[in-house]
Design a protein around this ligand. Structure first.
Ligand code: AR6
Length: 231
């Protein structure tokens, strides 16, 4: 089953026939469709400029800690490109750990189109949010708020007004949202990671002692939030 640690969406030209089937063969379509799955982007490593080596260590470390506590649920790290450095670092590091490949894997695709374009059903997706929990700003935050429509903004406001670095907030997505109807996403979990970009709020000025603590806390909050949904 080594080849299922990574596979690509249909949108990709590099898709090899059968890569997604490898996953389906580990269970029936029906049971896989009901498998609770969290898709998450690499928090803080793009606009927030967090070091990729350090981030990949933390992702693998926290995933290893959680993956067996989540029952049959799956965790999927997503990025847009086959050339994603964070995906390849995490794949390499996860392979050296005791992590079941059908419970944690990487996936190339747009996190807002995982089912419609990639054939991967994820009932929960994580957002690399800003502290105001506002749409726009670029990156995955802009993509998720755009794809979810105004329903997400309203639902988010009902849960929280703002977020501290390291924290996450679970937002149930109204069924009127296209992300719900088209992609089968029932919850969005906003996560605020540590920021190493001097032009953004809560700038940590290269303090990676604090930064690593906050990133660990962010993934812990995210996986706790996911656990609370599927419990
Ligand atoms: N699908 C999957 N992954 C994506 C997508 C997408 N549609 N878009 C980006 N990524 P970033 P941060 C990957 O910058 O560093 C925002 O403006 C991207 O390649 O979205 O935590 C917010 O408002 C990278 O691996 O988040 C905040 O102010 C990962 O998602 C700030 O950026 C995270 O990149 C947060 O910065």
């Amino acid at each position: 089953h080594n080849n299922i640690s990574s596979f690509s969406g249909n949108a990709s030209k590099e898709l090899k026939e059968g890569e997604n089937l490898a996953v389906c063969s580990s269970g029936s379509h029906a049971s896989l469709n009901n498998t609770p799955t969290l898709a998450f982007p690499s928090i803080s490593t793009s606009d927030f400029q967090f070091n990729l080596e350090k981030a990949s260590d933390i992702i693998v470390e926290v995933v290893e800690e959680y993956v067996n506590k989540l029952g049959s649920a799956r965790l999927v790290l997503v990025d847009m490109s086959h050339k994603s450095k964070i995906l390849s670092l995490v794949k390499t590091k996860a392979a050296q750990k005791n992590i079941e490949l059908n419970k944690f894997f990487t996936f190339v695709g747009d996190i807002t189109k995982l089912y419609s374009e990639g054939g991967l059903r994820c009932n929960v997706i994580a957002n690399a949010a800003n502290w105001r929990l506002k749409p726009g700003g670029g990156g995955v935050n802009a993509a998720i708020f755009n794809a979810a429509g105004p329903a997400l903004e309203v639902a988010t406001k009902e849960q929280a007004q703002s977020l501290h670095p390291g924290k996450a907030v679970v937002v149930p997505l109204p069924s009127t949202s296209p992300l719900f109807s088209r992609e089968g996403v029932t919850h969005v979990i906003h996560v605020l990671g540590p920021n190493m970009n001097q032009h953004r709020p809560n700038f940590l000025n290269n303090d990676y002692i604090k930064g690593c603590q906050i990133l660990r806390e962010a993934y812990n909050s995210l996986f706790e939030g996911f656990a609370s949904i599927i419990r």
